[in-house]
Design a protein around this ligand. Structure first.
Ligand code: SF4
Length: 230
């Protein structure tokens, strides 16, 4: 276990000049999103809703910031909004979202109560393509602030892009899924993206669905263990 992940490359808000204009953050990716700059998720959401930091702003219907409980112990990070997410302004609401809800419910996690769900990029990439490194980088500061403000005990990264966008890990998801990585007191685990499970319906031992079942049970056990020692 315990590879350390350096998630924060941004300056700290405490070291910012007095004339730093927080309202400039949504206007350009040249302006860093300092750690600690947001006091609350409401301001962060307002900034995301008007954000022009990358080219994805031009094609969106809605900015997709989050759903679920901002006090949840578990944060789920996906890649970016798809068509239905873009239309509704909420992450994981299509078929993938329905499957995710079923997976969570199987270990008694309620999507609205027990998890907070967000994405690496908050605007839909055209044609559901993978976000570019520049797009992920422009948006990453918002995600880092969401993690700091929600302060989850466990972060689940769904799929290779979420894992890479968050941690820089470049190994394939099949190699690293189900492995715990500890970062700043948080337990992080890459898991399969539900869309991948929809394309691989087998439930046989060793299949993606079977592996996901092992992983989500490990997540349930880890949270129970962490809450038991509080
Ligand atoms: S994807 Fe992120 S950085 Fe790009 S415009 Fe949307 S909110 Fe801003």
């Amino acid at each position: 276990m315990t590879d350390q992940i350096d998630l924060f490359a941004a300056p700290d808000a405490a070291s910012l000049p007095d004339d730093f204009d927080i309202e400039a953050i949504p206007t350009s990716s040249a302006i860093a999103i300092p750690t600690g700059v947001y006091d609350n998720l409401e301001t962060l959401t307002r900034h995301c809703n008007s954000c022009q930091r990358c080219g994805l702003a031009g094609g969106r219907t809605n900015v997709v910031v989050s759903r679920g409980n901002p006090q949840a112990h578990i944060m789920i990070v996906g890649e970016g909004p798809g068509q239905q997410e873009d239309e509704q302004g909420l992450p994981f609401v299509g078929k993938s979202g329905q499957l995710l809800e079923k997976i969570l419910a199987a270990v008694r996690f309620d999507t609205e109560k027990d998890v907070y769900i967000c994405n690496v990029v908050k605007c839909r990439p055209p044609g559901n393509r993978t976000p570019t490194a520049d797009e992920s980088s422009a948006c990453k500061g918002y995600l880092m602030e969401q993690i700091r403000l929600v302060d989850p005990k466990i972060i689940l990264m769904t799929g290779a892009t979420a894992m890479k966008g968050l941690t820089g890990e470049k190994r394939g998801i099949t190699k690293v899924r189900g492995q715990w990585v500890e970062w700043a007191g948080r337990w992080c685990m890459p898991i399969f993206h539900p869309a991948y499970l929809l394309r691989n319906q087998s439930r046989e031992k060793g299949s993606p669905k079977w592996l996901m079942w092992q992983d989500i049970q490990a997540v349930r056990a880890k949270l129970d263990e962490l809450l038991a020692v509080e």
